[in-house]
Design a protein around this ligand. Structure first.
Ligand SMILES: [Zn+2]
Length: 185
């Protein structure tokens, strides 16, 4: 590490210690040329991981959200908090090791359920049913959006039909258009 004072390209490490929950190391260094001391920090680089939700929205990966879901599923089951925390850490590790910047919420759900199942059957069932309920709710939202789009298409089609020259409708329509459009536009 280059000395910030004299620019000498080497330094001697006097002391190293972990800081910030062990995800960084602080090093005290001394320049062998000017003998001045300085500090460097070494951190693990964790690139941002985004979660793609079912509706296509994205949000940053959030460990505490998964843990909250697990705590709810745990209820009064005798599962130590440690076990749930390491389950979440394990899922995060698996997801990050894929090396992708984005992960679907359904994959996270599957990974969590897979592990919870071997931990506690009851908590697993609770988590899974809650998870499926949300999945169903998202399915309903999608269905509503699909129906709305369909209705809009039909509406558009209905409005276009009178423009087509078709017998009596034609005269009626032109009559209305003559009155209406002239003033409005
Ligand atoms: Zn120096």
């Amino acid at each position: 590490m280059r000395c910030p004072y004299c620019g000498y390209e080497d330094s001697r490490v006097l002391d190293s210690r972990p800081v910030g929950e062990g995800n960084a190391i602080r090093r005290r260094r001394e320049c062998p040329r000017c003998e001045r001391r300085f500090t460097t920090y070494e951190r693990v680089e964790s690139p941002p991981l985004m979660v793609i939700k079912r509706d296509g929205r994205r949000e940053p990966f959030d460990r505490s959200k998964i843990l909250a879901g697990l705590l709810k599923a745990r209820g009064k089951r005798p599962i130590p908090l440690d076990a749930l925390e390491s389950l979440v850490a394990e899922v995060e590790r698996v997801v990050r090791n894929r090396g992708e910047a984005e992960v679907s919420s359904s994959l996270i759900g599957e990974l969590v359920m897979e592990r919870l199942r071997s931990l506690d059957e009851v908590a697993y069932v609770r988590f899974a049913s809650e998870y499926r309920r949300f999945a169903d709710a998202d399915g309903i939202v999608e269905e509503v959006a699909r129906l709305r789009a369909q209705k809009a298409r039909e509406e558009l089609l209905r409005r276009q039909i009178p423009l087509l020259p078709m017998g009596e409708n034609e005269t009626d329509h032109h009559g209305e258009e003559g009155k209406g459009d002239g003033r409005r536009t």
